[in-house]
Design a protein. Structure first.
Length: 294
């Protein structure tokens, strides 16, 4: 479901859910001359979301969140999204943005990218700019490689730096337990480490694509992998511990999402997933049971 198709508009206010994403696979193929890395990965939305409330106002950009450690200025990607929208469209207006964060921060779940995508889509509707998806995605890419995907959501193959998106068959309704260790991870640091790493294990993304097309869940589970996992786990040993526990509690597969450190496990049913969540929640503050969505 495209982000703006799930958005509520009332007068001068838009209310959006910006969903988290997980990586079924994540591969890094090389580095472009401009410094960006070439990736090949399968992105999947889950129904863990931040609530983004966007109010049209005459001028200025104001932003607030329920997380006091998050910036409320141009250092916040949602603020930059609003600024970019007005700059690109030439619209003379303003906005007040309130973000209620549920998605963990610096977690490999594209929480910030989803917030930025929500702001772009909300302003497009509130100001009747009528920008097509392609323009929203182009603007999103100027903010971050995951933002275009977050505008669309669902199950996608992402290539290039993440901007070349190919829709894949939906993987809807699977129970997913997500667990984030206390440590945050710098995405830039992990990508830089990849450049000098040896013996990297590349996921078989094509095998997962074929399994999605044929509805072969076992084929999907068997090939879930993230080239960054071992690198991040060296910096955060909790990753391996969480992954092992999720598998012991019945996960069909468990893998780190993005550059980490969040680990997710896909479970065969809600009962098994809820039992795993209860166990993990006793030790980790940021543990969630969610479901894959299209």
């Amino acid at each position: 479901m495209k982000l703006y198709e799930d958005m509520i508009i009332t007068g001068s206010r838009a209310i959006a859910k910006s969903y988290a994403k997980i990586n079924l696979t994540l591969d890094v193929l090389g580095r472009f001359e401009n410094g960006y890395h070439e990736v090949k990965m399968i992105m999947q939305s889950v129904n863990l979301f931040d609530l983004v409330i966007v109010d049209r106002q005459k001028s200025g950009i104001k932003i607030s969140t329920n997380r006091p450690f998050l910036p409320n200025n141009e250092q916040n990607i949602a603020y930059r999204a609003a600024n970019l929208f007005f700059s690109e469209t030439g619209i003379d207006g303003g906005v007040k943005i309130m973000i209620h964060k549920n998605i963990p921060v610096a977690a490999g779940l594209a929480g910030g990218s989803g917030n930025a995508a929500a702001v772009l889509c909300a302003l497009n509707l509130l100001y009747s700019a009528h920008l097509p998806d392609s323009d929203l995605a182009r603007m999103g890419l100027m903010l971050g490689a995951d933002v275009p995907y977050c505008i669309f959501g669902g199950t996608y193959l992402a290539e290039g730096i993440g901007e070349r998106l190919t829709r894949l068959p939906s993987l809807e309704g699977l129970p997913v337990v997500l667990v984030k260790p206390l440590e945050g991870i710098s995405t830039a640091a992990i990508y830089n480490s990849i450049d000098s790493a040896h013996n990297l294990i590349h996921p078989n993304t094509d095998a997962v694509i074929n399994a999605l097309k044929s509805g072969d869940l076992d084929g999907i589970y068997l090939n879930l992998a993230n080239i960054m996992e071992n690198i991040t786990a060296d910096k955060c040993p909790e990753i391996a511990k969480i992954k092992k526990r999720l598998m012991e509690m019945g996960a069909k597969a468990a893998v780190m999402s993005g550059s980490g450190p969040t680990v997710f496990g896909i479970f065969p049913d809600n009962k098994t997933a809820k039992a795993a969540l209860d166990s993990m929640s006793a030790e980790y503050d940021e543990a969630f049971l969610a479901h894959t969505i299209s």
